[in-house]
Design a protein around this ligand. Structure first.
Ligand code: ADP
Ligand code: MG
Ligand code: MG
Ligand code: MG
Ligand code: MG
Ligand code: MG
Length: 630
């Protein structure tokens, strides 16, 4: 989840003294990158996904399931075995010490064949993870571990100096110092523990509704949010302008795709009234001071905005401004900006839309800094301070400038301007994860090639975001969408559409899935690739029409039809065990799931063996002897 600098993290009080410096130099580093890289053109279309996994420990006899806090160990083992093969995988740390992130080792290229490689690479990742698990472990792709915060009670809680949680010990935080530091500093900046509330699902015997009208599931630390697993896709644009255009267009799709991938109906051992994770994470890292949240509070000159500038959103939230110059008319949300940053950027010739975006990011304080790595950072050689702010603004889309290490103008390979799509929930199978990744690729290509315009006012995007969380949002909600999406159309009539209409089209609207087919036709996609992509588009289409279930709907049904369920919204340990096992088996192709997958059957995943090299070190006589002994 972002930048990992090694070193001793500064305590919050010390860190605060450096905040102004880091923010100021972060902006200078951005300006330097912009000047250096703004003229890039004709960069190839490249893209890559990120899938997050949770390691769990199961006891099939007692029917228990726990977190397995071996994420970093598993990551090291995976990294050690990974070879320099083009089609290999890369492994990254994640927030939870039970978590792991996998990406392709190199991004996929801009050919249709690349789209078929997504699923192969995801399957390879899942297989390779199998090869480093212990016998009693599994690593399903579940958004949230359903029992997090349940069962770590009493003396077994363990210390939690970083989070101060009464529910989850700090041992659940990745031991890399960055993560505990983020946790503690969010809490300290805020002035209290984070306060997460997710509405409880009302079943026929849920007792909480006898005493409260809208009972909540309460949670008290970052792990509940950042412990959620998601599916992200990053696209490289041909140039700066295109990366900004894609950012805006994809931001509109963020709530739509959140609803369509919803997979989070259970938190903290309870059925929730919502199906998606976003708001939970948003609350879990909400570092706003009381004054920023609209209550009384005192100024602290060391902080961004002196800690009293009103902030309408958490730093993990939907975007507050579009960034392409042509999108201006749709920016109708309050978008707080850092005045000094904005003034400097404008003075340096940065256009208004981009200046607004960057100075919005810079209304936040850095959350972690490392001793000997503040004033020492060279603004011309590093973007660490920029990244310190950028990587802790967790929004539905992220605009990623080229890294400092990226060469320019020398003809050497470089990383260009990228846009990341961040709202999707991770799916149970690689087939689905690949389908959603491929769909986003096709939609983004269609947007560019057909010159589409999906923009609606940002206030409508936020309304959609709220609706996307509802239980079975696909079947129950309408979403604001444009009927006319051809770029040359006027402003475009805004209307509320069902998910089915948005994806599959109607008399009035062409539909995103038909647009993907049109794109494939346009590029003359070969037959065998088409057959494969057709399966993906059928999944999206079926899910949108309600013919196929979202993972959230399936899980909710699983719990409610479990023989031990008491219709009280409680997901007991044995129900959780059965569900987690079922999810794992579905992901591994050991258990069919026509409710989610239709006719598609997942070919079983086999343990991803790494190739064994033929060359190795010379053996001494005794070792040789040992090997030859029967
Ligand atoms: P982060 O966690 O900051 O989003 P990661 O490195 O974990 O970054 O993932 C970034 C994704 O972007 C990976 O899937 C990777 O393959 C992909 N990627 C890397 N380089 C490029 C590029 N030049 N263009 C597009 N995607 C890229
Ligand atoms: Mg991640
Ligand atoms: Mg990542
Ligand atoms: Mg990351
Ligand atoms: Mg994450
Ligand atoms: Mg990412």
């Amino acid at each position: 989840m972002g930048l990992l600098t090694v070193g001793t993290p500064l305590a919050w009080e010390d860190m605060l003294h450096h905040s102004r410096y880091i923010r100021k130099h972060g902006v200078l580093q951005f300006l330097h990158t912009l000047r250096r890289m703004q003229h890039l053109e004709n960069d190839p279309f490249l893209y890559g996904d990120e899938v997050e996994y949770g390691l769990l420990k199961v006891d099939p006899i007692r029917k228990t399931v726990r977190l397995s806090l071996r994420g970093p160990e598993a990551m090291e083992a995976l990294r050690r075995q990974e070879q320099e093969e083009l089609q290999g995988c890369a492994w990254h740390e994640e927030y939870g010490s039970w978590m792991l992130e996998g990406t392709p080792r190199v991004p996929y290229g801009g050919y249709v064949m690349g789209l078929l490689g997504i699923e192969q690479n995801m399957r390879l990742r899942r297989g390779r993870i199998l090869s480093v698990l212990n016998e009693d472990e599994m690593a399903p792709t579940l958004v949230a571990f359903p029992l997090l915060g349940v069962g770590f009670t009493g003396s077994s809680i363990g210390a939690s100096p970083a989070s101060d949680s009464a529910l989850v010990p700090d041992s659940c935080i990745n031991p890399h110092p960055r993560f505990a530091t983020l946790t503690a500093n969010i809490r300290k900046r805020r002035g209290s523990k984070v306060d997460i509330r997710v509405p409880l699902f009302k079943d026929s015997k849920t007792t909480e509704f006898e005493t409260a009208t809208e009972p909540m599931i309460h949670m008290d630390c970052m792990a509940f949010g950042m412990g959620c697993c998601c599916l992200q896709v990053t696209f490289q644009a041909s140039d700066l302008d295109e990366s900004r255009l894609l950012y805006d267009q994809l931001a509109v799709l963020a709530p739509i795709m959140l609803a369509l991938t919803a997979a989070t109906p259970i938190v903290k051992g309870r059925l929730a009234a919502t199906d998606a994770r976003w708001s939970l994470i948003s609350q879990s890292v909400d570092d706003r001071t009381p004054a920023e949240r609209g209550e009384a509070g005192i100024a602290d000159a060391r902080m961004a905005g002196a800690g009293i500038r009103k902030q309408s959103k958490s730093r993990y939230d939907s975007i507050s401004c579009f960034i392409h110059p042509g999108s201006r008319a749709f920016n109708d949300l309050p978008c707080e900006t850092d005045e000094d940053t904005f003034a400097l950027l404008q003075q340096e010739g940065v256009d208004e839309a981009l200046a607004q975006h960057v100075s919005h990011l810079f209304t936040r304080d850095p959350l972690a800094a490392f001793a000997g790595h503040v004033e020492e950072v060279d603004d011309f050689a590093s973007t660490d301070h920029f990244e310190s702010i950028q990587s802790t603004n967790w929004q539905t889309v992220r605009w990623k400038p080229p890294p400092a290490t990226s060469a320019c103008g020398t003809g050497a390979p470089h990383v260009g301007w990228r846009t990341e799509f961040r709202s999707m929930e991770v799916q149970l199978t690689d087939f689905e994860n690949a389908a959603f990744t491929a769909f986003m690729v096709l939609v983004s290509r269609a947007i560019l090639v057909f010159n589409l315009n999906l923009l609606v006012p940002l206030s409508k995007v936020d309304e959609n975001m709220g609706r996307a969380h509802a239980a079975d949002a696909v079947g129950t909600q309408n979403f604001w969408f444009r009927r006319q999406i051809w770029q040359e159309a006027e402003q475009g009539e805004l209307c509320e559409m069902t998910m089915d209409e948005i994806m599959n089209g109607s008399k009035e609207f062409v539909g995103l899935v038909p647009l993907c087919y049109a794109y494939l036709k346009h590029i003359r996609c070969d037959n065998s690739s088409f057959k494969h992509l057709d399966q993906y588009l059928k999944l999206i289409s079926g899910r949108a029409s309600g013919e196929l279930m979202t993972p959230a709907k399936w899980m909710r049904c699983f719990v409610r039809s479990h023989k031990e369920y008491k219709f009280d919204s409680v997901v007991s340990e044995s129900i959780a065990f059965d569900m987690v096992k079922a999810c794992n088996d579905i992901g591994l192709g050991k258990r069919p799931c026509p409710e989610i997958l239709g006719e598609v059957e997942i070919e079983p995943i086999t343990t991803g063996q790494y190739e064994t090299p033929l060359f190795c070190d010379k053996l001494g006589p005794s070792e040789r002897k040992g090997l030859l002994q029967k």
